[in-house]
Design a protein around this ligand. Structure first.
Ligand code: GTB
Length: 217
């Protein structure tokens, strides 16, 4: 059965692939599962029909038969559990890969998102300039710890997994590049993720929504 995901009709990132449908697209591409995309406007996301799929009126959602899911992490985990390729077979290694999925979303992403808020939402506040170094300090702490753990390995725990997929999506993007540059092994790690053919297919597909062109594959 071909799943249907939702994505922004007009992505504000101008095709950088930063919206969270990118994680889901990448996971589906990694496991070789074709999918359909329903594009939604900002207004439609807040309508009851979409809220029935997503209680917070956001993208991405995932529909597969009578299953409807929201939350990109839960969707990636579902895909990884249903298909080979994103989680190890060994039970302990699988549990560790899932721990890295949570680490990406619960430990590394929050300070990164806080910086987005500090700059875009709170940037005009009188205290914004004072707060930003604190926020960036918390990101640096996390990146330093992650960098130390990764060392010179290609991936976080053995073979590429859904944990790496989520971690790379959390770390990538132009706005994070400056901070990441202080940790060359993390820069290489993100580049390795972005070099995967499945990432490229997913990126091209979401970019095509912005440019109006079909992905070249
Ligand atoms: N925890 C949820 C998940 O992981 O699925 C968060 C989902 C979420 O934040 N969705 C955003 C959304 O629907 C899009 S991805 N926002 C609309 C709303 O809340 O009304 C976040 C996002 C948005 C824009 C950019 N960008 O332009 O760079 C990047 C990421």
């Amino acid at each position: 059965m071909r799943p249907i995901i939702t994505a922004f009709e007009h992505s504000p990132d101008r095709g950088q692939g930063l919206a969270r449908d990118m994680r889901v697209r990448w996971a589906l591409e990694e496991v070789g599962q074709p999918y359909d995309v329903r594009l939604v406007s900002f207004a439609a996301m807040k309508e009851p029909a979409h809220r029935a799929l997503h209680p917070f009126g956001q993208i991405p959602t995932y529909e597969e038969g009578d299953l409807a899911l929201f939350e990109s992490g839960a969707i990636v985990l579902h895909i990884a559990q249903r298909h080979a390729g994103l989680l190890p077979d060994d039970a302990n290694a699988r549990a560790r890969a899932i721990a890295w999925m949570f680490a990406a979303l619960n430990t590394v992403e929050p300070p990164i998102l806080d910086r987005v808020i500090a700059k875009l939402v709170e940037g005009d506040k009188s205290w914004a300039e004072e707060r930003l170094p604190l926020v960036e300090g918390r990101i640096r702490d996390r990146l330093a710890e992650l960098s130390g753990r990764l060392g010179d390995a290609d991936w976080l725990d053995g073979a590429f997994s859904a944990g790496d997929l989520l971690m790379v999506t959390v770390l990538r993007g132009k706005s994070r590049a400056g901070l990441l540059r202080e940790y060359p092994n993390l820069v290489d790690y993100v580049a390795r993720g972005e070099a995967r053919p499945a990432f490229k297919r997913a990126f091209d597909a979401q970019l095509a929504v912005f440019t109006g062109n079909s992905p070249t594959g």
